[in-house]
Design a protein around this ligand. Structure first.
Ligand code: GLU
Length: 448
């Protein structure tokens, strides 16, 4: 990193030295610190209170053994994580990721991002993240249940509606949250609904939580487009991934008059020039848990590109909604050349730092994940609100709250980008708006 000031460069070097090998964490820290040069100059209190150094060090990191047996009786040992990063604004809040790539560096990058994302929502939630290197692919329902129970048997002691409130992320959806909530309830003998979010609708979940990340990302991009007197109407879009975020991104784009022509999974992508048949994707992915290539069994006009790069598909709006670092500089150049005008990150940190630079210098509207995908966790906070008041809100009311929150996040990011001299640089705007909010709270709470 060539930091924005020698002071920040030095802090970044310390983070790298103290957290060796955690490259994704370094990347997430670098991106935030890069935006803060002018802020610490204008407000010396942040340096006086060592806020940047403190914010880069998690309040608590928990690593634990997760033993479980498969259906044949074989014993497996996985590693579980929960990084409780920052609780200045509220209880630690953030999802759990079950994926074979998970190690401490991934959980720390996600937890670090979550602090700022959660601050942007305006809801009273701190930042945290957890997960395991468990690979759920191909596992039976009973294996998933035993894994979730074993995971929660250790994690429960660190949780609580006022302490730490996990939710889903990659590999963790309604089914897993159910098994974990069941185990938490059994161990504690408490029906403490607000201890997990993303719950089922009949046992404390919130309407719109399933749709929220995707819907919110589209609302954010729509706000960026509005600034340029544009809309989704008639636009060709590409959405990578085919999980929860991608599916509801496509649904909202369709509602706003856009057309999505490609989606993907980790093996390849499908292209359907008439527009993706979302009901079929939902059936394949949400109900039958199959691969995206099976789409072409039902739509002969569509094609599956095995091992293909989805960013080669020409589009005006791109929404990377799969995973970190899925879009690099070459992909970004291809998108710009093909006429892409807006990018909204549905996933966490899907664009590499070099890719981001290509978009910014190409004049592409760029909504960074911590702003664009904050709708998921914002709606988790709405779920917590409903749990706390033992209430349940209508779909319309909840969706309106989500929409208002996303409009507010866009506004906050834009205003900060303007105040610091780069109007429309949403990366800078998101980092500064959220940093100041968390930093001011940390100062108020004293040296803790
Ligand atoms: N995992 C989601 C995220 O990246 C949601 C977290 C939550 O709802 O707590 O923001």
């Amino acid at each position: 990193m060539k930091g924005p000031s020698p002071k920040i460069e030095k802090i970044y070097q310390q983070v790298v030295d103290r957290n060796p090998g955690e490259t994704e964490f370094h990347q997430a820290v670098c991106e935030v610190l890069d935006s803060l040069g002018q802020v610490i100059q204008k407000y010396p209190k942040y340096a006086d209170h060592k806020i940047i150094e403190r914010i880069c060090e998690p309040e608590r990191q928990i690593i634990f053994r997760v033993p479980w047996t498969d259906d044949k009786g074989n014993i497996h040992i996985n590693r579980g994580f929960r990084v409780e990063f920052n609780s200045a604004l509220g209880p630690y809040k953030g999802g759990l990721r079950f994926h074979e790539s998970v190690y401490l560096g991934i959980i720390k990058f996600l937890g670090f991002e979550q602090i700022f994302k959660n601050a942007l929502t305006g809801m009273p939630i701190g930042g945290g993240k957890g997960g395991s290197d468990f690979n759920p692919k191909g596992r039976t329902d009973s294996e998933i249940m035993r894994f979730c129970q074993s995971f929660m048997t250790e994690l429960y002691r660190h949780l609580g509606e006022y302490t730490d409130v996990p939710a889903g992320d990659i590999g963790v959806g309604g089914r897993e949250i159910g098994y974990m909530f069941g185990q938490y309830k059994r161990i504690t003998n408490r029906y403490e609904a607000g201890v997990l979010t993303g719950k089922g609708l009949s046992w404390g979940g919130s309407l719109v939580r399933t749709e929220a990340t995707g819907y919110g990302a589209v609302y954010f991009v729509n706000e960026m487009l509005k600034m340029k007197k544009q809309s989704f109407e008639g636009k060709t879009c590409v959405v990578s991934g085919s999980g929860n975020v991608a599916i509801y991104t496509v649904e909202k784009i369709n509602q706003l008059g856009g057309k999505v022509v490609a989606m993907s999974d980790s093996n390849g992508y499908i292209f359907d020039k008439r527009g993706i048949d979302l009901n079929l994707v939902k059936q394949l992915k949400e109900v039958e848990r199959r691969r995206i290539k099976d789409y072409c069994e039902y739509h002969k006009g569509a094609s599956y590109i095995d091992g293909g790069n989805i960013w080669e598909v020409p589009c005006q709006v791109a929404m990377p909604s799969a995973t970190q670092n899925e879009l690099d500089a070459k992909d970004a150049e291809m998108l710009v050349k093909n006429g892409c005008i807006a990018v909204g990150e549905g996933a966490n940190m899907p664009t590499t730092p070099e890719g981001t630079k290509v978009f910014l210098s190409g004049g592409v509207l760029f909504g960074p994940g911590k702003a664009a995908n904050a709708g998921g966790v914002a709606t988790s906070a709405l779920e917590m609100q409903q749990n706390a008041s033992r209430d349940s809100w209508s779909f319309e009311h909840t969706e309106k709250r989500l929409h208002d929150i996303m409009v507010g996040i866009h506004k906050a990011c834009y205003e900060q980008s303007e105040e610091f001299g780069q109007p429309g640089n949403y990366i800078m705007g998101a980092n500064i708006a959220s940093f100041r909010k968390v930093a001011d709270a940390m100062i108020s709470l004293g040296l803790v």
